[in-house]
Design a protein around this ligand. Structure first.
Ligand code: 4NP
Length: 159
């Protein structure tokens, strides 16, 4: 199973999701069965490490984002990943616009897995520290929901 988290710059929300979701997979004993990656719709930050505010918020929870580097969404991602999960509606619209015909991946909003239908992970880039805490809380909740769904699929409980 392969999961790709998608935001605008790949330096705040989606690398946070990658780190948090990987930790939840480890806790569930599934880290070797699920590949996780993240990317951005835009290319402004390609090659950069996560934003220091995102890294600090994750670090307060014992999650190390320092090895991650930003990359841009690529056409082959639509064939490689089973889930392409957008942080907000703009990211989702960009994914849907670029999605090739015949693509069978699940493309949707990440917070659907937190039971928040149609809600975005707000972009924290131009805000303060509190925004990064909120992002982390939302991402933790959705990560748990996504681990549950994937565990169900791997065990054959869900299609
Ligand atoms: P992200 O946050 O999409 O969560 O990585 C942003 C990072 C950079 C910019 C916007 C959002 N930017 O405009 O450069």
């Amino acid at each position: 199973m392969r999961v790709l988290f998608v935001c605008l710059g790949n330096i705040c929300r989606s690398p946070t999701a990658e780190g948090v979701f990987r930790r939840e997979l480890e806790a569930a004993g599934l880290v070797h069965r699920v590949e996780v990656d993240s990317c951005g719709i835009g290319d402004w930050h390609v090659g950069r490490a996560p934003d220091p505010r995102a890294a600090a918020a994750a670090g307060r929870r014992g999650i190390d984002l320092s090895g991650l580097r930003a990359r841009q969404l690529a056409a082959e991602d639509f064939h490689r990943f089973d889930y392409l999960l957008a942080m907000d509606h703009d990211n989702l619209a960009a994914l849907q616009a670029q999605c090739p015909e015949g693509c069978r991946a699940h493309i949707g909003l990440f917070l659907d897995f937190a039971g928040h239908h149609d809600r975005p992970v707000p972009d924290p880039y131009y805000g303060g520290e509190r925004g990064f805490e909120e992002v982390l809380e939302l991402i933790e909740s959705a990560s748990r929901g996504l681990v549950e769904e994937i565990a169900g699929r791997l065990e054959g409980r869900r299609p």
